[in-house]
Write a protein that binds this ligand. Structure first.
Ligand SMILES: Cc1cc2nc3c(=O)[nH]c(=O)nc-3n(C[C@H](O)[C@H](O)[C@H](O)COP(=O)(O)OP(=O)(O)OC[C@H]3O[C@@H](n4cnc5c(N)ncnc54)[C@H](O)[C@@H]3O)c2cc1C
Length: 332
């Protein structure tokens, strides 16, 4: 049975609590409910419950601090209504999904290892999928608590194919299943698209794409579309060792590679003896390139939180790049 959720002073939408969290239903209804990671990690979807009752799906979710909990805050991505509810949250048009997310049944059709710990996975959906380059989806994996966010590495182009690049994390339930164990032919429900770090096609500014580790997935999607449109782009790929450097073969076939599309590879780890290219932190390599005309470019980046924070500090604080020219996803 569906319940109704009213946002104080705003929209009212239905939630099917057997399928959706409050956030999933709010986004399916096209509201501007604030959100970022959708998986309990960031706290962007915090709200106050004014009336009604909700079920907490993950009471220990790191997106809420102790202070938030004491003040009665909830996470929309980790709560489901138990009846009609009224909530207080400041919606914003920038959070309205450009494409409303939907659940779609998919089958795993292909997996290939790109490095020792990163695999590219291809899923075929039962109907054509719609998403913008740079967006992510939520995977519901059998036997695993909660949803997992993974960014599409391909472009939609009206096809039924969704591709992902997944890095196996130590002790990680979802990533180890996807990289090592899920059998070809397995069915998975995929919910998307999500995310705001999608390619803005209208810009005339040159792009800077920065990928750390499996952040390669959304940046590859952005680069594929941008290259097809003839956009000028510097693509930075950072990894810990020479063995992580898997971006080149995925980019060389794109139109303009080596001229309009320039790849910069950077290895950060101490063991870079097998590597004759650039070393250090990827954000420092970006700064060396863009220093003179940083404000004339459009930035896309994805990867681990430490890389995102270093880039935010560099671009927003030191180089004073306008906020609207910066688009990123934190892989929490
Ligand atoms: C927007 C976004 C895009 C991402 N894109 C990629 C990508 O393209 N490639 C990639 O390799 N990684 C990506 N990640 C990271 C990925 O979602 C996983 O966090 C990572 O693979 C580790 O998951 P795991 O299941 O292996 O680890 P685990 O430690 O088992 O799980 C960590 C993840 O599960 C959630 N979680 C844990 N316990 C619960 C619970 N009880 N209830 C609900 N949720 C729970 C956490 O919030 C976290 O997202 C992305 C993350 C975000 C936020």
């Amino acid at each position: 049975m569906d319940y109704q959720v009213e946002i104080e002073g705003g929209a009212t939408f239905d939630v099917d609590p057997s399928e959706d969290s409050l956030l999933r239903a709010a986004l399916r209804a096209g509201t501007g409910f604030p959100h970022e990671c959708s998986v309990g990690g960031c706290g962007a979807c915090r709200y106050d419950l004014l009336e009604g009752e909700v079920e907490d799906l993950w009471p220990e979710a790191p997106g809420l601090s102790e202070r938030d909990r004491k003040r009665g805050k909830r996470l929309a991505c980790q709560t489901r209504p138990r009846g009609d509810c009224k909530v207080k949250v400041r919606c914003d048009p920038s959070y309205v999904p450009p494409i409303r997310p939907e659940r779609i049944d998919c089958v795993l059709t292909r997996r290939r290892m790109l490095t020792d710990d990163m695999a590219e996975l291809s899923f075929e959906a039962t109907r054509p999928v719609a998403f913008l380059p740079g967006q992510y989806a939520l995977l519901r994996l059998t036997g695993i608590q909660g949803l997992r966010a993974y960014s599409m590495s391909n472009v939609a182009n009206g096809s039924c194919t969704l591709q992902f690049i997944v890095r196996r994390t130590a002790g990680g339930a979802g990533s180890r299943l996807l990289v090592d164990r899920m059998a070809l032919g397995s069915s998975v429900t995929i919910d998307g698209p999500n995310g705001h770090a999608y390619l803005r096609e209208q810009t005339a500014r040159p792009l800077v794409c920065i990928a750390g580790g499996s952040g390669l997935a959304p940046m590859l999607s952005v680069a594929t579309r941008a290259a097809a449109l003839g956009m000028s782009m510097d693509f930075f790929f950072g990894g810990r060792s020479a063995g992580d450097m898997c971006a080149r073969p995925l980019l060389t076939s794109l139109p303009g590679f080596g001229s309009r599309l320039r790849l910069h590879e950077v290895v950060s780890g101490p063991d870079s003896s097998a590597w004759s290219g650039a070393t250090g932190w990827v954000h420092e390599a970006v700064e060396r390139l863009v220093n003179a005309d940083a404000r004339e470019r459009e930035y896309y980046f994805a990867g681990p939180p430490a890389m995102i924070e270093a880039l935010q500090e560099m671009l927003m604080v030191r180089l004073q790049v306008p906020y609207e020219q910066i688009h990123f996803d934190r892989f929490i």
